[in-house]
Design a protein around this ligand. Structure first.
Ligand code: SF4
Length: 156
């Protein structure tokens, strides 16, 4: 898997202070997408074992307390990303007690493949659906367009 950007301290993508990873790879081609440079799975940088370890270390860093990890892109559920994302979310839940996981995907929850659902089983909040330019609304929190749904699987 490749990633586009990693912010070890982020207060914009999800509730609270978070670590945020923007992965590469997306097939949805939403009209008006702001992140077209992330569409190619080979864009950006390789998500190495060192990067994975860094994310885990940042989440457990007590000097700046993070509420959790946010995964966006691109699409974390892009088929070519599933192996690496599954490994990452599993580690977060096993090695970072109390940290939550937020994820943005262009897929719709009801239509996920078995492999995608296996990843989502580790996710606390999923924002799903393609960005629809005609339904775009800048006043929406966490979403770009009103067709997208915020699924809170766990409560704070
Ligand atoms: S799912 Fe997100 S990254 Fe992919 S095309 Fe749509 S808006 Fe862009």
């Amino acid at each position: 898997m490749n990633y586009h950007n990693y912010y070890p301290v982020d207060v914009v993508n999800g509730l609270g202070t978070r670590c945020t990873l923007f992965v590469s790879g997306c097939i949805h081609q939403c009209r008006g997408c702001y992140n077209q440079s992330t569409w190619s799975p080979s864009a950006g940088h390789l998500f190495t074992q060192e990067m994975e370890d860094q994310v885990i270390a940042d989440l457990n860093d007590t000097r700046i307390k993070r509420k959790g990890l946010s995964l966006s892109g691109g699409d974390p559920l892009y088929p070519g990303n599933l192996e690496a994302i599954f490994k990452l979310v599993k580690r977060v839940k096993e090695e970072c007690p109390g940290k939550d996981i937020w994820m943005w995907t262009g897929y719709v929850l009801a239509e996920l493949s078995e492999e995608q659902q296996q990843v989502v089983n580790y996710v606390d909040t999923l924002i799903d659906g393609k960005f629809e330019k005609d339904l775009a609304d800048a006043r929406l929190e966490w979403r770009g367009s009103s067709n997208q749904v915020i699924h809170r699987f766990t409560l704070d």
